[in-house]
Design a protein around this ligand. Structure first.
Ligand code: ADP
Ligand code: MG
Length: 239
């Protein structure tokens, strides 16, 4: 079964005075379990709009979105929030950690909304295990401002995994990191994808970062202009 099945999705922003803008125009996309997809495209093309729909942060104006077989296009806000918390792990450019909470709390908190996470001991054990996995064993009692940017992003990755999501959505995850740290974070995402079969969809404007994925989806003017092998695309579009 596809993790993502987007069928004829359109998004129209309606502004005041009857003005409207078609930002996504009949988009179709299927992503199977275990894929690693990079989304690229010029500024204003509709990437963020598309990511917001994929992440259940916003709804399409028309068309259907099946997330692991569940039609989320017509869900109300509460159901959408539940689906989001349970099925999607987010990794953002700015890490989005709670600065007044420990690393351990940052990773455990999303479990509170899940019925399996009601027991604090269960939450702690799972958070510790994930922080181990991202190489932060000795840092769990620190606060985000006491660790490096690369480490903060690893905390965010651990947090993204805590509810055992169907996929990870990463929006410019290396945008605030230097090249070396960016490559470390990308190597880590590749490892997660290869070894644990986690589906990853990543937005980036950097070709080097996109090349860590296998498949490239290029969004241009609200439509998918390329969908295929990332290396093939880069080969055919050398500067
Ligand atoms: P990208 O992420 O590729 O730069 P966006 O999805 O942010 O593109 O934006 C695509 C277009 O939709 C732009 O023209 C932008 O001005 C418009 N847009 C984005 N969000 C809104 C909104 N909430 N209301 C109205 N127009 C919007
Ligand atoms: Mg954007």
């Amino acid at each position: 079964m596809s993790v993502i099945s987007i069928q004829n999705v359109c998004k129209t922003y309606v502004m005041s005075a009857g003005m409207s803008q078609d930002v996504l125009k009949n988009v179709n996309l299927n992503v199977e379990k275990g894929e690693f997809v990079a989304i690229m495209g010029p500024s204003g093309a509709g990437k963020s709009t598309f990511m917001n729909i994929l992440g259940c942060l916003d709804r399409a104006s028309s068309g259907n979105y099946y997330l692991s077989g569940k039609n989320v296009s017509k869900m109300n806000d509460n159901d959408l929030a539940r689906v989001r918390n349970k099925m999607i792990g987010f990794v953002f450019q700015g890490f989005n950690l709670l600065m007044r909470r420990s690393i351990l709390d940052n990773v455990s908190l999303p479990m509170i909304y899940d019925k399996d996470g009601r027991d604090p001991r269960v939450r702690r054990a799972r958070a510790e295990k994930l922080l181990d996995m991202v190489g932060l064993t000795g840092f769990i009692d620190r606060f985000p401002n006491q660790i490096s940017g690369g480490m903060q992003q690893r905390v965010a990755i651990a947090r993204a995994l805590v509810n055992d999501p169907e996929m990870i959505l990463a929006d410019e995850p290396t945008g605030n990191l230097d090249t070396k740290t960016s490559n470390e974070i990308m190597d880590f995402l590749v490892k997660l994808n290869r070894e644990q079969g986690i589906t990853i969809v990543l937005v980036t404007h950097e070709p080097d970062i996109a090349c860590y994925a296998k498949r490239l989806v290029r969004v241009v003017d609200g439509q998918i202009a390329y969908d295929g092998d990332v290396k093939q695309y880069m080969e055919n579009n050398k500067a």
